[in-house]
Design a binder for this molecule. Structure first.
Ligand code: 9MR
Length: 354
């Protein structure tokens, strides 16, 4: 299975190169200072505005050649959907396996995409040995330090940013009681950031979460935390807003102002996992509203200089985490299941062009 995947990726990469450096060609357009033309990709348009436009990818999706080809041509950035998570990278204590993450890094390199690392620490998708063990604070601290140090060193120079800590806050702005918080207390966040910095002085270090796109208790908690980390000289470079939005819950309040206030703390902001789901079946009204929202998110990012880029959590309805998790919901991406553009695609294009 693994061999087949690697081979098909290599093949896709070779094809891309044979086709005349699809990844390199648009670069010339943007770098030459000319306005990208009608054939420009979303990433070309974003790059002309000093941003990247990307999409996550999960390893098995690389076997879907038309999907992988379009990912490699349309986008300038990717994030592994699962391949760099703890369960995948340290399946046994002290035994590391970077096969899945490396596969995506290789694909990204072959296609000229840069990579966000996701994620060093999360309450979910942890290996059983970690969750089922009983650890003293000293033991868990050393396990966490070793995990972060080893993974960050492995990907040094290969990822430009890390989601160091993912989803560490509750909706009410208190710390999530994950295994690290329960055993180590809130100081684990600063420790994690420091260990990541020690392992790679150049990579951008992010905190990342959902339901933080608008103002509210959860994004306030991150605002306060990042302000404190800065005051304490803890390395923190960015705040990731996942942006898993749903039409039925309304557009996040004051997204632009919220991005702006984080930028005001002296950190970058990235839209890291954008998708906009709806109740199925999708009708024309919902798709139009979705398009409007995609345009609004893009506008909100472009309005703030330190909003560095946008990543879709998969770009087509063909591969999306949503139907499996939210019964009766989906149609969340700008490309449909047949890799055809939806109204959302045109709305993003328009926002990136205007
Ligand atoms: O896309 C990921 C999916 O394949 C996994 O099954 C799921 C497990 O929770 O994680 C998905 O990605 C999540 C991301 O890592 C963090 N933010 C929420 C994303 C959607 O669940």
């Amino acid at each position: 299975m693994r061999t087949t995947r690697v081979r098909s990726v290599a093949l896709a990469a070779a094809t891309a190169l044979l086709l005349g450096g699809l990844a390199a060609a648009p670069a010339a357009t943007a770098d030459s200072g000319k306005k990208p033309g009608a054939s420009a990709t979303l990433h070309d348009l974003a790059r002309a505005q000093g941003r990247y436009f990307g999409s996550a990818v999960d390893n098995p999706e690389l076997d879907d050649t038309p999907y992988a080809d379009l990912l490699g041509t349309e986008f300038g950035q990717t994030t592994p959907g699962n391949g760099m998570k703890w369960y995948a990278t340290e399946p046994q204590r002290g035994v590391f396996d970077f096969t899945a993450g490396d596969e995506i890094v290789d694909y990204a390199r072959a296609n000229g995409l840069k990579v966000r690392g996701h994620t060093l620490l999360w309450h979910s998708q942890l290996p059983d040995w970690l969750t089922s063990g009983t650890w003293s604070a000293d033991e868990l601290r050393s396990i966490l330090k070793n995990h972060i140090t080893t993974e960050v060193k492995h990907y040094r120079g290969k990822v430009f940013a890390w989601d160091v800590a993912n989803e560490i806050m509750n909706e009410d702005g208190t710390y999530r009681e994950n295994i690290f918080y329960k055993t180590l207390g809130p100081g684990y966040v600063a420790d994690a950031l420091r260990w990541a910095r020690a392992a790679d002085p150049k990579v951008k270090l992010y905190l990342n979460d959902y339901n933080v796109e608008g103002t509210g208790a959860k994004s306030d908690a991150y605002y306060t935390l990042i302000k404190q980390l800065k005051a304490d000289r803890v390395p923190i470079d960015g705040f990731g807003m996942q942006a898993h939005l749903a039409l039925q819950y309304g557009f996040p309040q004051q997204m632009r102002q919220n991005i702006k206030r984080f930028a005001g703390l002296g950190v970058d902001v990235a839209i890291t996992e954008l998708d906009i789901r709806m109740l199925l079946p999708a009708d024309a009204t919902e798709l139009a509203q979705q398009a409007d929202w995609y345009g609004q998110v893009t506008d909100a990012c472009l309005a703030v200089k330190r909003c560095v880029g946008i990543t879709l959590w998969g770009y087509s309805d063909r591969h999306s985490w949503i139907p499996a998790v939210f019964d009766g919901e989906g149609a969340a991406l700008p490309w449909d299941e047949n890799l055809q553009h939806k109204p959302a695609y045109d709305a993003i294009r328009k926002a990136l062009t205007d």
